[in-house]
Design a protein around this ligand. Structure first.
Ligand SMILES: [Zn+2]
Length: 307
């Protein structure tokens, strides 16, 4: 074959426009995603990733969860009954852009506040549970989050149910100023009341648990568990570095670092969390209840006619 023929053949192959070739083979949006651990970065199939409770199968990095995801991964299916969902923050200081920001977050997340509380069962053990959602102003504790923590604890006392709180927060909410700082005292007092009533109180620190939340109800649990590699501290590493000439050690303020210093009791993998919580609750005297009996569906008439 003459050399010209080779060239003609090659031009035929390159005739297809590159753009359409890419479009035809593009992965549909949402099918894959990247592990957010900067040391890993593996591409993960979203379906497998979600089945693995959003833990990377390559590096075990525990990705952040929404409150709904956390509840779904932790409590018995269909057992969560929310409480105090309608509470909303006011804007006491008329802080610039605060109210529009809260309104926008409510529209995008469906939440009125980062803290979601309610009653539920974990492996059939009834409890009060509270979960913080980082999407809502960084999980910050304003007057509503503080009030919800207190209401969860009061519900524990009234119903003699253990209280489990999953923390995820950058700290107190600066837009509510002193009212946010007051929540530290308020939630700590409620935790003391729980202890006085001998109600078990567990905290699960997830990434990150910082500042005013760590310095209040998060550190007062009878049992304090953390998820692997969660950032746990008061002042962040950057602020700490400014206050000291010493370089922060490797792994500073990680769950593992805090465990080594007795700040937390245990680090538990997300997959093991329901079993661990249920066993600990039963060790503290809480009892598993039988599941609600299955009742045959009875057709309810939509209208009642009186003859
Ligand atoms: Zn990974």
């Amino acid at each position: 074959m003459p050399p010209e023929g080779w060239f003609r053949k090659r031009s035929k192959f390159s005739a297809a426009p590159a753009a359409s070739h890419t479009a035809a083979n593009a992965v549909p949006e949402g099918v894959v995603q990247k592990c957010l651990n900067p040391k890993c970065g593996q591409i993960l199939f979203t379906k497998d990733f979600e089945k693995n409770l959003k833990v990377c199968p390559h590096c075990e990095f525990h990705h952040k969860l929404t409150a709904d995801e956390r509840i779904a991964y932790t409590v018995d299916e269909g057992s969560f009954v929310p409480m105090a969902e309608g509470l909303r923050s006011v804007d006491p200081l008329r802080f610039p852009d605060y109210q529009p920001k809260v309104d926008k977050l409510t529209a995008t997340t469906g939440l009125n506040d980062p803290m979601k509380i309610g009653t539920a069962r974990i492996k059939n053990v009834p409890c009060v549970i509270g979960v913080s959602d980082m999407r809502f102003v960084g999980g910050s504790m304003g007057s509503v989050a503080g009030e919800k923590v207190v209401r969860a604890m009061e519900a524990g006392i009234e119903n003699r149910l253990p209280v489990i709180l999953f923390t995820a927060s950058g700290g107190a909410r600066m837009q509510e100023g002193l009212l946010s700082l007051m929540q530290m005292a308020k939630t700590s007092a409620a935790a003391a009341l729980l202890a006085a009533h001998k109600i078990p109180y567990f905290v699960v620190m997830t990434d990150p648990t910082m500042a005013g939340v760590l310095a209040a109800y998060a550190s007062l649990g009878d049992v304090i568990i953390a998820e692997p590699a969660a950032l746990i501290g008061f002042a962040g590493a950057r602020v700490a570095a400014q206050a000291s000439t010493a370089k922060p050690p490797d792994g500073y303020q990680s769950a593992e670092w805090q465990l080594g210093r007795g700040q937390i009791d245990s680090i538990v993998h997300r997959k093991e969390m329901p079993d661990t919580l249920a066993s600990l609750l039963m060790m503290m005297g809480c009892e598993a209840i039988e599941e609600a009996p299955v009742v045959d569906a009875v057709e309810t008439p939509s209208e009642v006619t009186v003859g």
